[in-house]
Each structure stands twice: as C-alpha cells, then as structure tokens.
Design a protein around this ligand. Structure first.
Ligand SMILES: NC(=O)c1ccc[n+]([C@@H]2O[C@H](COP(=O)([O-])OP(=O)(O)OC[C@H]3O[C@@H](n4cnc5c(N)ncnc54)[C@H](O)[C@@H]3O)[C@@H](O)[C@H]2O)c1
Ligand SMILES: [Zn+2]
Length: 357
C-alpha cells in the first residue's frame, strides 16, 4: 500500500511518497512539470535500471542531463562539488531548473549541497536507493560534503522539493548495506517509537528476509518519527539532537577504523549499546530494559563487541564530536525504551564503563 508523509515548515514543506513502485509518471510529473531542465546526479554503484526508469518517466516533462560520480564516500568531495556546479553553469541551468539525486546518502548529501548553493539555491528531489537513505538521510534537509579536516564539515540545511521512496530498489542492495541501515530503524524505535519497537521485535525474521510488506512498514514508521522531529527543529537547536542516539560513540568507532573497517550503521549499533549501558549505569533505565535493547540489536545480528576499542583510543574522537557544546560533551541517553534525553550531566566514569564490553 502506497503511503505518504510530510516534513518541513510552511514554504519548505515537502511530500514523501513511499511505495514498492513509487518511481512513476503519476508521482514524478507534478514535481517536474515546471522545470525545463533537470540534472540527475547518481553514482556508478546505483543500478542503471533505476536511473533509466526515472529518465523514462520524466520524459517529456523536462530535458534530462546526468552526472554519474564514482561510488563511495570520496564522492562527497570539494572537487565533485565544483565539477557539478561548472556543469550546471555550462548547460545554462537557471533558478527554475531542477536537480534529482538518485542514490544513497552520499549522492543525496552532495546533490543537496549543490542545490543549496547553485545560484543561491535551486530545487531538488531525493530518490533514495539504500535503506539508510530511505529511512534517514533523504529526509530532514541536512546536506554536506567532506573536507580534509573531516566528514560533513561543510554543508547547509536545505529541504528537498519532494522525496520518492521506491522500496523495490532495495532488492539489489548488498545484504551488509541493508543490515547496516536497520541500525537507524532500531534507533527510531529506541528514541521515540514504541510501536516500531514491538514491530521490530515481532518481525525480525521477516525483515531480515526482506519481506516487502514489512519493509515498507518500517520505512514508513522510521520516516514518520524523523519527519516529526526535524519539522519541529529544522536547524538542530533542540529536540533534533536525539537523532544522534548512539552516534557520538558510533562516529568515534568509525573514525578509529579510518572509515574503512566498519559501516556507519554497524558502528551506530555498537554506539547504541554503549549509550544504553550508560543509561543503565546512570540509573535511567533498568537492567531489564537494557537487556531488552541488547536482545533487539542481537535479533538483527549486529556484532556488538567492543573488545577491540580501548577507551583511551576512542576518547579523542568522542570529545571531538560535533555535539560538544561550550566545552561540555552532550550525549543522548534513554530515560526508558522509546524515550531519549540529551544530557551533559552524567558521571564521567560511566562513560568509560559504558565502553567496556
Ligand atoms: N543528510 C543526512 O541527514 C545524513 C544522515 C545519515 C547519513 N548521511 C550520509 O550518508 C552517507 C552514507 O549513505 P549510504 O549508507 O546510503 O551509502 P552510499 O551512498 O555510499 O551507498 C552505499 C553503496 O550502495 C550503492 N547503491 C545505492 N543504491 C543501490 C541499490 N539500490 N542497489 C545496489 N547498490 C546500491 C552505492 O553505489 C554505494 O556504493 C554518508 O556520507 C553519511 O554522511 C547523511
Ligand atoms: Zn546515522
């Protein structure tokens, strides 16, 4: 069953469509018809079948150009940013034209940032094709590229014009990428969405076997939670910070492995274990609740081992996190399951204990 949601405030409100075959003339024509030219940005890991489908349903509403980047995190570079801007200028794109991002979070992030800056902003549409981008990065308006000093250090808050989530594209996604994306789904369950927590617990097997019906349900539930949070707090001045649950430790684990050994979602799963452990040590959740969190993560086959990480090695990354405010470390903890809080008052000894296996 096709589903729709909305995110963003007033003029920046956008529709998010979720269905098995969401890339259709019916869904795209209304978004494209006022744009003479459209630039599709994608990478060479995204199946060409998906691109061709978008191109065929886009005609004759708009004239389509495309840029295909080399896949991988490296694509979010200043060089590619500049290359795309030059391409738009050469083809005489003006403010009434459009960008479509087709791919995972990497493509969504760089395309969105290009859209936010070319001629001080042109419209863009997200067609996310990984589970992570379908449940997370395509909604919320965060766009970014990387510089030598770090990941996502340059970017803008810039909402898309629309988001089209076609769940059938996940069929070609490598299993490891799919499973890593599930970490973010579990995150929404733990920070806010209790019915999603139960849904995940009851349907782990079906989800892991990629049953299309249940996949659509969990994408909808995830985006529903994210859309509410980011609409309330578009620029991360408050409640939006709970979306970083597990991420301070996850980012440290990713950076420690030089972003090569472990996928983002795999690191976030470990990070959620750490944050839940600290919540328990801080007497915010009971041992029973802590065990429930761990069982859920284990049902989805996450490797939760922390043996290879020494506190001393992770510490510099933890304290370099963007979530440091006025010299204090803000972390997201659980008050109970499906209820997260942001705090900078916790016993620092528990930080170290939380990172023990
Ligand atoms: N803006 C945000 O709010 C936000 C949130 C979370 C993550 N991110 C960013 O997202 C990025 C990670 O995104 P990701 O996990 O989607 O990785 P990704 O974009 O690198 O995609 C992973 C791989 O899957 C391939 N792929 C994409 N769709 C496919 C499909 N349908 N079938 C087969 N292969 C496919 C891609 O070519 C790529 O090689 C990071 O750069 C991260 O910083 C942004
Ligand atoms: Zn994440």
């Amino acid at each position: 069953m096709a589903k729709e949601l909305f995110a963003g405030q007033k003029n920046n409100r956008y529709r998010i469509l979720i269905s098995k075959e969401a890339i259709s003339k019916k869904n795209l024509t209304p978004l494209l018809k006022e744009h003479k030219k459209t630039l599709i940005i994608s990478d060479d890991g995204v199946p060409t079948k998906i691109l061709n489908k978008v191109i065929s349903v886009s005609k004759p509403s708009t004239k389509v150009f495309k840029i295909i980047l080399q896949h991988g995190e490296k694509a979010k570079s200043v060089q590619n940013f500049q290359k795309i801007l030059n391409f738009l200028a050469e083809k005489n794109f003006d403010r009434t034209d459009l960008i479509i991002a087709i791919g995972g979070g990497v493509i969504g992030d760089i395309s969105g940032y290009v859209a936010s800056s070319y001629l001080r902003g042109i419209q863009f549409i997200q067609i996310p094709t990984t589970l992570l981008s379908q449940v997370d990065s395509s909604v919320g308006g965060k766009t970014a590229i990387n510089i030598a000093a770090g990941k996502n250090l340059v970017g803008a808050f810039y909402n898309p014009k629309g988001v089209i989530i076609e769940t059938s594209v996940l069929k070609t996604l490598p299993e490891r990428e799919f499973k890593a994306g599930l970490a973010e789904v579990i995150k929404y369950a733990l920070i806010k969405n209790k019915p999603l927590f139960s849904l995940l617990k009851l349907n782990a097997k079906k989800i892991l076997s990629m049953d299309p019906h249940i996949i659509e349900e969990i994408i909808y539930a995830s985006i529903n939670t994210k859309a509410k949070i980011v609409t309330k707090d578009e620029k991360e001045n408050g409640v939006r910070a709970i979306l970083n649950f597990g991420h301070t430790f996850g980012h440290a684990i990713e950076a420690h492995g030089n972003y090569k050994r472990i996928l983002h979602g795999e690191a976030v799963a470990k990070g959620m274990k750490v944050a839940s452990k600290i919540s328990y040590l801080e007497n915010l959740i009971s041992q029973k609740e802590y065990t429930e969190v761990i069982s859920l993560l284990e049902m989805f086959e996450f490797d939760l081992s922390l043996k290879q990480y020494k506190y001393g090695e992770l510490k510099p990354y933890i304290f370099r996190d963007k979530k440091m405010k006025k010299g204090k470390l803000n972390i997201v903890l659980l008050n109970k399951i499906s209820n997260a809080v942001v705090t900078n008052s916790f016993n620092s000894a528990n930080l170290q204990k939380g990172l023990k296996n």
